[in-house]
Structures are given as structure tokens and as C-alpha cells.
Ligand binder design. Structure first.
Ligand code: BGP
Length: 469
């Protein structure tokens, strides 16, 4: 079997992590701009980033030479509507039109995320962002503007990037409430409003009869039970339900699952729902599921205060993270961890794809998957990232196994195309298959240098994923 002929091969980025030009041509400030300015003077911020805004043509040429047939990118809401819900900024529309035209002219299908963490600051100032119901209408209007302007050429739309991460990191939405219970509740309130925004964006898209597809982008950490102890198996399932499946369940079934409602109510953090919400959420089944897939985790029943019984979780060193009263995390001795504690588990990807497909039977795409590393530019002018090549090879092989097992896959688009600003570690934690010659404190010339992994991936694409060595 192997990869289907029409399979799309790409690489991914997001607007705030590469564009720069943070206040050019009318763009409004976003939550990610403000967050990056606050982080530290010595960590690169969004002001210049990778200067993709001015160098997109050069970047698209590198994509073409690589053989990419898709490119996962995002649109910055505040470039299109600077204050989030007012006037449309024609220069923002022009930029994305130019970029999309350049991609299409080079045979690259854009896969476009509508909201990838960079939220218009003005909406946080006006009414507190997605914690307010008002945001639903503003989000749907913004999506409509994108569909109207780019929908003739964009065939794959992704609604909200990693909604669960936004929910669990309320600061991404400007929520700095001190009381932890109220902060968590506000996080879940934004979650509910984003669920409605997602559903209405899908309905809006379908009303327009454009010839494309639309779906969510989930962060999909995949969990194994720490042992065969029944309590560990049950806990791993519960954590996965609350971290991953509750969101996909509402997208698929059009209704929040009972296990979510029970759990949030028990913890006193349940969101408010209006009588009309059930109807708003219904009938918006996505066309596909896009996955950001990086790691697997090991979970056992919570055992703080208990003596750790090594029969239950043999050989597994405990990790410094837990969910008090519920779960305990462990390290997996069979996988390697990078400096930031993310593990590499290609077999885990095979397992994850099978699980996601068997639960929803929707076609899948992997739109993020990659290895963060402190890459070094060698004296010979190249970046010898054989560790990344090994990583990609393992992932491609295992995706192929999942396809052989019957999983329907549309695309693979690893993170990231060029080096990007990491969400929290500046430029030092690099993911790109193209090196950007800059440091956190010195943007230098921002020269683009394809890494060794770029050339490996070029062959992989050429052979449609049939990689023998
Ligand atoms: C995902 C985000 C990306 C990217 C990636 C790597 O959660 O969608 O935007 O940042 O993670 O994360 P980090 O940059 O923190 O290593």
C-alpha cells in the first residue's frame, strides 16, 4: 500500500512565529506580541521574527525546491481586522492574497489556520476576549472575511489551533485572574465559546458553497498507562478524555460529553451555557481532523503521599508533574527525551493515528510534528541535524504503517518549515528544516540555510514517502 498518490507533503508555521512586521501596514497588536515583549529582553520577540512578511517569496521558492505540495500557515486576525471587530485592513488582505497566490502558482496547496494563538489585543481590552460571548460573533465575522477573500484558492481551513492549550493557559487570552478556581473557570468559559465559534465558522463556510474542507486542529498528547494496574489504566483513559477527546467529541457529536460536564461541575469550574447553545453546536461535523502530534506520556493513578510501588510502574522514574488527587506522570524509559522534556516516540504516532481514526472515522492530517533542538551552524556553512532526519524518518515510516492499517491520511506537514520563534523559548529551540541565521539578541541577516534534514525530506517527498534508508 503506502502513501496514496494524492497525499500532500508540506511543512508548517504560524503567523506570529515568523512574520515579524508586527505593526506594519495597519496590523493591530496581538496577545502574542504583548506576551513576547514581556518575556525577556534577551529572548527574540515578534517584532522582526523571521521577517517572512518581507521575504515570503524567497521562502516559497525554498518550499518549491523542497517539493512541498502543501504549506500549513496561519492568518493573523489583527492583520485583517486590526481591532478585531471594526474596519477591514485592505493591506492585510493584500499580503495574504499575495502569499496565497505565490503558493498556488508554485503548486503548493495552502492549509490555513484561522486562529493560531495570536489574538487581537483590542478584543481583550474591549471585553476580555473569548471569555465573553460577544467574541463568538466577532470570530465568525473574521472567518467569513477570510473565506470571502481567500476561499477561492484555499481548499483546507483549520479553525482554532490547540483550543485545549488556550483553555489551560488562560494568559493566552489575557486572563490574569489571581484566584485559581476562577481562572480555571474562565479558561473553560473561553473553551465553550470557542466550541461555538468553531461550529458556527464551519456552518458559515458551508453556507458559502466553496469547494474546500474545514476542520479543527487538536493538540494530541497520547497517553499510555503506567502499568497494567487497573487504577493506572483507568486514570490514563480519564486524563486522555479530558485532554483530548472531550474537544473532539463536541466537534463530532455537537454536544459536550457528560464526563466533561461532570468533572467540571465537581471541581466547581463548569462554564455557563445558554439555552440556544445546544442548537448552535449541532450539525457542524468537521470534514477531517488535523493533529499537532509531538509526544506520548505515561500516566498512573495519583500516588503522592503513597509509597511508590515499583511493581506498579516498574522502571519508570516519576516526573515532576501531577494532577493532585487524579494522576501521576512518569518518564518512559523506552523513549528519548530532548532538553525540554519532550520525547520521541514514532511508534506512538502509529498508535495515536489508529486510535483517533477508530474513534471518529474521519480523514486525518498531521500538521505539526517535529523535534526542538539547539541547532548549530557548522564552519562548513551547513547544519548537520542528523537527529532531526532520524526523527522525521521514524515518523514517516510509522504514518505509512498506519495507512497500511487502513487509516485515511490527507497530509503530513511537520513543524516547522523555517526556524520559528518557539512559543516560549525564543529562537534557541529550533524546529525548522531551514535554518534562520539569527540569535535571540541579534537578528543578523536572517539568512535562510536549508539543513541536512531538508535534503532528506526532499528525497522522501520525491519518493512519496517510500523511504528505504
Ligand atoms: C504547538 C504550537 C506551535 C509550536 C509548537 C512547539 O503547541 O501550535 O505554535 O510552538 O507547539 O512548541 P514550542 O515552541 O513551545 O516548543
Amino acid at each position: 500500500m503506502g502513501f496514496p498518490k494524492e497525499f500532500l507533503w508540506g511543512a508548517s508555521t504560524s503567523a506570529f512565529q515568523i512574520e515579524g512586521a508586527y505593526n506594519e501596514d495597519g496590523k493591530g497588536l496581538t496577545s502574542m506580541d504583548v506576551r513576547s515583549f514581556k518575556t525577556s529582553d534577551t529572548i527574540a520577540d515578534t517584532k522582526i521574527a523571521m521577517d517572512h512578511y518581507h521575504r515570503y517569496k524567497e521562502d516559497v521558492q525554498l518550499m518549491k525546491e523542497l517539493g512541498m505540495t502543501c504549506y500549513r500557515m496561519s492568518i493573523s486576525w489583527a492583520r485583517i481586522i486590526p481591532d478585531g471587530n471594526g474596519e477591514i485592513n485592505q493591506k492585510g488582505i493584500d499580503f495574504y492574497n499575495d502569499l496565497i497566490n505565490e503558493l498556488v502558482a508554485n503548486g503548493i496547496a495552502p492549509i490555513v489556520t484561522l486562529y493560531h494563538f495570536d489574538f487581537p489585543m483590542a478584543l481583550i481590552e474591549q471585553y476580555g476576549g473569548f471569555a465573553s460571548r460577544q467574541c463568538i460573533d466577532d470570530f465568525v465575522r473574521y472567518c467569513r472575511v477570510c473565506f470571502e477573500n481567500f476561499g477561492d484558492r484555499v481548499k483546507y481551513w483549520l479553525t482554532i489551533n490547540e483550543q485545549m492549550v488556550i483553555t489551560r493557559m488562560p494568559l493566552f487570552q489575557g486572563i490574569d485572574e489571581e484566584d485559581p478556581i476562577e481562572r480555571t473557570r474562565l479558561g473553560w468559559q473561553t473553551y465553550h465559546h470557542m466550541c461555538i465559534g468553531h461550529a458556527l465558522a464551519i456552518k458559515e463556510y458551508r453556507k458559502m458553497h466553496l469547494k474546500g474542507q474545514i476542520g479543527p486542529v487538536l493538540s494530541y498528547p497520547t497517553y499510555y498507562a503506567a502499568s497494567v494496574r487497573p487504577e493506572d489504566v483507568l486514570t490514563a483513559k480519564k486524563v486522555e478524555d479530558m485532554m483530548v477527546y472531550c474537544l473532539m467529541d463536541v466537534h463530532y457529536y455537537g454536544k459536550h460529553p457528560q464526563y466533561l460536564i461532570h468533572s467540571l461541575t465537581k471541581d466547581g469550574v463548569m462554564f455557563k451555557m445558554e439555552p440556544e447553545d445546544e442548537a448552535l453546536l449541532s450539525d457542524a461535523k468537521p470534514d477531517f481532523i488535523a493533529l499537532n502530534w509531538y509526544t506520548t506520556g505515561i500516566i498512573g493513578a495519583y500516588c503522592d503521599g503513597e509509597e511508590i510501588n515499583d511493581d506498579h510502574a516498574a522502571f519508570m522514574p516519576r516526573r515532576d508533574r501531577n494532577i493532585p488527587g487524579l494522576a501521576q506522570f512518569y518518564l518512559n524509559p523506552f523513549t528519548e527525551y530532548n532538553e525540554w522534556n519532550w520525547n520521541t516516540d514514532p511508534v506512538g504516532l502509529h498508535y495515536a493515528l489508529l486510535r483517533m481514526y477508530e474513534r471518529y472515522h474521519l480523514p486525518l492530517m498531521v500538521v505539526e510534528n517535529g523535534l526542538g533542538h539547539r541547532d548549530v551552524l557548522s564552519e562548513d556553512g551547513h547544519v548537520h541535524d542528523d537527529y532531526r532526519t532520524a526523527y522525521l524518518k521514524g515518523m514517516v515510516e510509522n504514518m505509512g504503517h498506519a495507512i497500511d492499517d487502513g487509516v485515511e491520511m490527507i497530509a503530513y506537514s511537520p513543524w516547522s518549515f523555517i526556524d520559528v520563534l518557539s512559543s516560549s523559548n525564543g529562537i534557541e529551540k529550533r524546529y525548522g528544516i531551514v535554518y534562520i541565521d539569527r540569535t535571540d539578541s541579534d537578528p543578523k541577516e536572517l539568512k535562510r540555510i536549508p539543513k541536512d534534514s531538508y535534503y532528506w525530506y526532499q528525497q522522501c517527498i520525491k519518493n512519496n514517502g517510500n523511504i528505504k534508508e
